[in-house]
Design a protein around this ligand. Structure first.
Ligand SMILES: [Zn+2]
Length: 244
């Protein structure tokens, strides 16, 4: 997306939310979640137990709850699909997977787990994309990123928290680097590039404020991620009002 397209989206967001913006701060949303597990077979590669799905929802509720975002999540349904091709190349088969499995409307979160390639932990669609392509809406995460998963440092479940942040309209904290408007959130200081591990005193831009390496929308280790900012909470509320 070009800076001009991003700016046009922001204007559209403000128009859609309009006068309601001031009333949003106290709004709470309980978001229904459908969980779709893709695996090679029961107990085999890609399988995710009921317990780990429950744990994943708890991790998200803790993350969104303690930052007082106004969002909480509850499990509405879950299913397991045995399909080795889908498991191994969810990007190639994404359309097929989602057409077959997706449930609900714009305000329903669909989470898919598979074996993502190239070290990817997840990806997500943004709220403003729903209208043009509702079938593709949702969050994809690596099955090894769920709580108790196999991916060292990224197995506490914050990949789903992060991808759901995108699904609710947030950009990365390092979006646009040190250049305005960055991530379109005023209380997340500019950051020149993603943070890995947990570099707590990092400050990569001359503008005020250290890098928000503890933010869920950075790339730090799961255990390093502890917060959404107030500005991000209000952005998610606006995006929800406008598109979900
Ligand atoms: Zn991301």
């Amino acid at each position: 997306m070009s800076p001009a397209q991003a700016a046009a989206l922001e204007r559209q967001l403000d128009q859609l939310v309009g006068q309601r913006a001031s009333a949003l701060a106290t709004t709470t949303h309980r978001v229904p979640v459908y969980f779709h597990v893709i695996r090679t077979g029961k107990g085999k590669t890609g399988d995710v137990s009921r317990t780990r799905i429950d744990d994943q929802i708890s991790v998200m509720n803790s993350a969104y709850g303690k930052s007082e975002t106004g969002f909480s999540f509850y499990l509405k349904g879950r299913d397991w699909t045995t399909n080795t091709a889908w498991l191994k190349a969810p990007d190639t088969y994404e359309k097929q997977i989602k057409s077959k499995l997706r449930k609900g409307d714009a305000g329903t979160l669909n989470v898919y787990t598979a074996s993502l390639q190239d070290g990817l932990l997840g990806w997500a669609t943004f709220p403003w994309q729903y209208k043009g392509d509702p079938a593709m809406d949702g969050v994809m995460v690596h099955y090894g990123s769920l709580p108790g998963g196999s991916i060292t440092h990224y197995n506490v479940g914050q990949s789903a928290t992060h991808e759901t942040g995108h699904w609710l309209g947030l950009y990365h904290t390092f979006e646009g680097g040190c250049t305005s408007p960055g991530d379109y959130v005023s209380d997340t200081p500019y950051e020149s590039e993603p943070a890995y591990k947990c570099p707590t005193s990092r400050d990569t831009c001359t503008a005020a404020g250290k890098d928000t390496v503890h933010n869920y929308m950075d790339y730090s280790y799961d255990t390093c991620m502890t917060q959404f900012s107030k500005g991000q909470a209000s952005r998610m509320q606006k995006e929800w009002a406008a598109y979900r």
